[in-house]
Design a binder for this molecule. Structure first.
Ligand SMILES: [Zn+2]
Ligand SMILES: [Zn+2]
Ligand SMILES: [Zn+2]
Length: 342
């Protein structure tokens, strides 16, 4: 099991498809095992030659070593009137379909880009003006081993090898030569697209207590509801730790969450009342990072901080070690990853 961040970082234009600016929309897709995530989109507006930061990211993604990973991306020059909501939705729906087709298509040996180009062209609703068309696109892995990516199958174990060989972040830039556009659109486009993957230090075996609602580690510890925590019905949650870069791109991450070695709960900051008596003891804890208040983070939300006992607890307030029930006033909406995919 590993936790990964996939990012479509940027593209570089050596030559636009249209005579002057292209009007680009980017889509980034990810499939883990049989689970196809909803593709991410970014409208780039009018772009000319040079570097263009994209920053679309899937994070955190939990992947088992044997599970297959498929990445896909498409950049389309489609000069629809951006102010027109209906057109925008049509383009995004169509790109979403294209992204799924690209992820699931079977390819002959060789580069994938010409086939992606054909797939997107077949969805001709995108091509509203003469110079419109796809300018870059790919499916990783492809049918041929290239750029250290194995042919056909890319697994979590392969990702670990790529990332460790690259010293922490595996980054790949590929060149996409343009295809012929209509007369008057200028010369063929030249795009370079860069994506990356890195792994985050993470720990699973965190569970929800159905009595006091807290997130606690391993074997049940003392519970504010009396007796010990009851983890019946809980998923297996995974936390990222000691990773200042976690959730960095456009997503809020918060450090300074710690494990209490007395009650096993995750609690914020230095201390707080502990159901085991006295205050939480964070000796030997890692520094955990939680994501909060972002639609871009994959996982389960509605986890809250209690301002009385400092723990992280789910949903409606449960019994609190400080007396009464947890008070979630002032808390963010935290998001936890709890499914090992594949
Ligand atoms: Zn409990
Ligand atoms: Zn405690
Ligand atoms: Zn509390």
């Amino acid at each position: 099991m590993g936790v990964y961040t996939f990012q479509l970082e940027k593209f570089h234009i050596d030559n636009t498809r249209a005579l002057h600016n292209d009007t680009d929309t980017v889509t980034f897709g990810l499939k883990i095992g049989n689970q196809q995530f909803s593709p991410l989109f970014k409208g780039m507006g009018d772009v000319n030659n040079g570097d263009h930061s994209v920053g679309l990211e899937f994070s955190p993604v939990i992947i088992n070593p044997s599970t297959e990973v498929v990445l896909s991306y498409i950049i389309v020059n489609s000069g629809f009137p951006g102010s027109h909501e209906g057109d925008l939705h049509t383009v995004l729906d169509t790109l979403s379909d294209a992204s799924e087709k690209v992820a699931n298509a079977v390819y002959p040996l060789g580069p994938v880009w010409p086939i992606v180009n054909k797939i997107v062209h077949a969805l001709n609703i995108l091509i509203v003006a003469d110079c419109d068309g796809p300018v870059a696109g790919d499916r990783i892995p492809g049918p041929t081993s290239t750029d250290q990516i194995p042919a056909n199958t890319l697994t979590g174990a392969h990702l670990d090898t790529l990332i460790s060989g690259a010293g922490g972040t595996f980054r790949l830039t590929r060149f996409y030569p343009g295809t012929d556009s209509a007369t008057g659109c200028g010369s063929n486009s030249k795009y370079n697209v860069t994506w990356s993957v890195n792994s985050l230090p993470a720990q699973d075996n965190w569970k929800w207590c159905n009595k006091c609602q807290v997130l606690a580690y391993g074997d049940p510890g003392p519970c504010a509801a009396g007796g010990i925590h009851d983890h019946t019905g809980s998923g297996n949650y995974t936390l990222v730790h000691d990773s200042p870069i976690a959730f960095s791109s456009g997503t809020l991450g918060q450090n300074n969450w710690k494990w209490c070695n007395k009650c096993q709960a995750l609690a914020f900051g230095d201390s707080g009342p502990c159901p085991a008596g006295g205050t939480h003891d964070h000796t030997n804890s890692w520094n955990y990072t939680l994501a909060h208040d972002s639609p871009n983070v994959l996982g389960q939300d509605n986890w809250r901080w209690c301002n009385k006992c400092q723990v992280l607890a789910y949903g409606d307030p449960g019994p609190c070690a400080a007396g009464g029930i947890h008070d979630h006033t002032g808390s963010g909406n935290y998001i936890l990853s709890h499914t090992e995919i594949g």
